[in-house]
Design a protein around this ligand. Structure first.
Ligand SMILES: Nc1ncnc2c1ncn2[C@@H]1O[C@H](COP(=O)(O)OP(=O)(O)OP(=O)(O)O)[C@@H](O)[C@H]1O
Ligand SMILES: [Mg+2]
Length: 306
């Protein structure tokens, strides 16, 4: 990763009638960075991505994407961006190679044979090139999807929920691949609803209702939330949830496996809430809030625009 910015945009805004789907979003992404883009359903992630790659005209905003003006040079940007859309699909009764060749043909790519070959080699698809896409397992399908949006050798990849519905092993393999490609200098902006994937990003941006709520590395986002979390182990934790949730200062009381996480942003209020239960058979310890704790906190916080 270097300090040069692949994306540097400010005030990006998109309205659909009276709805402000993206509301003055600033985003900086360094070259070679894997940047996560998080937010609940309908928060504006896809709309923002479509503006970045020139598929949607912003109502406001300015900046640079891959050295080009994001408002006036969208054609030049499109040529250097690979966009893996939400619910990406391919032709199940064509082989890997045929799918890639077809896509290359559609986009009128020069030196198509070589481009298809390079994309397959980069993603380790050569040995399976004659396999029908419909018979691939989830992880290989995602690799094919990634290869398809890399045929024109983009510098920036915009991946919109690339692993939705994919099993954990395949997701891990896919993310290993993304890290390898980032090492080679490719830049990624990736939306995901999976917190374990978000934790694998170099930096994160978190939006809700079209507005940026927080940005930074995983540690910065967790620290910025000021969230305090206590975990308790013991029998029948379920019955603690309702009384704890009624206490002032308790934002969340949620079971994780064999423990219950209790979170809030006022340390003394949270401590006071758990004090009546600090006795046998309960065992309490303060823990680092998880990214999921922070996500839920950001969603429940009064500051979230509704
Ligand atoms: N073409 C459109 N016309 C009108 N409203 C739209 C259009 N595209 C998106 N919206 C609205 O804009 C808001 C943001 O949608 P968007 O698809 O960007 O959210 P998202 O964060 O990608 O959600 P998800 O996580 O479900 O994919 C939503 O309220 C959506 O209904
Ligand atoms: Mg979306």
């Amino acid at each position: 990763m270097n300090d040069a910015l692949a994306i540097d945009v400010r005030g990006m805004t998109k309205r659909f009638g009276s709805l402000v789907a993206v509301d003055h979003i600033d985003l900086q992404v360094r070259q070679g960075e894997i940047h996560g883009f998080l937010g609940p359903n309908g928060s504006g992630k896809t709309t923002f991505i479509r503006m970045l790659c020139g598929l949607l005209k912003p109502d406001d905003g300015h900046g640079i994407c891959l050295d080009h003006n994001v408002i006036t040079q969208s054609e030049a940007i499109k040529r250097q961006v690979g966009y893996m859309t939400q619910r990406f699909s391919f032709w199940e009764d064509l082989s890997i190679r045929e799918n890639l060749d077809f896509i290359g043909r559609m986009y009128g790519i020069a030196h198509r044979r070589q481009a298809v070959h390079d994309a397959m080699r980069r993603l380790g698809l050569e040995n399976r090139q004659h396999q029908l896409a419909g018979s691939l397992s989830g992880g290989w399908k995602q690799r094919l999807a990634l290869a398809a949006c890399m045929i024109h050798r983009p510098r920036l990849l915009l991946l919109d929920e690339p692993t939705a519905g994919v099993d954990p092993v395949a997701r891990r393999e896919f993310w290993d691949e993304i890290h390898a490609l980032a090492e080679e200098g490719l830049t990624f902006l990736i939306t995901t609803h999976y917190m374990d994937e978000a934790e694998r990003c170099h930096r994160l941006a978190f939006i809700a209702a079209g507005r940026m709520l927080t940005r930074g590395s995983l540690d910065e986002v967790v620290a910025d939330s000021k969230l305090v979390t206590w975990a308790v182990n013991g029998p029948d934790l379920q019955k603690l949830i309702a009384p704890l949730q009624r206490q002032p200062g308790v934002e969340q009381a949620t079971v994780f496996g064999n423990s219950l996480h209790v979170s809030g942003i006022n340390p003394s209020e949270v401590y006071r809430a758990i004090t009546p239960y600090q006795r046998k058979p309960y065992f309490w310890r303060q823990v680092e809030p998880s990214l999921e704790d922070v996500f839920v906190h950001l969603m429940t916080r009064k500051a979230v625009p509704q």
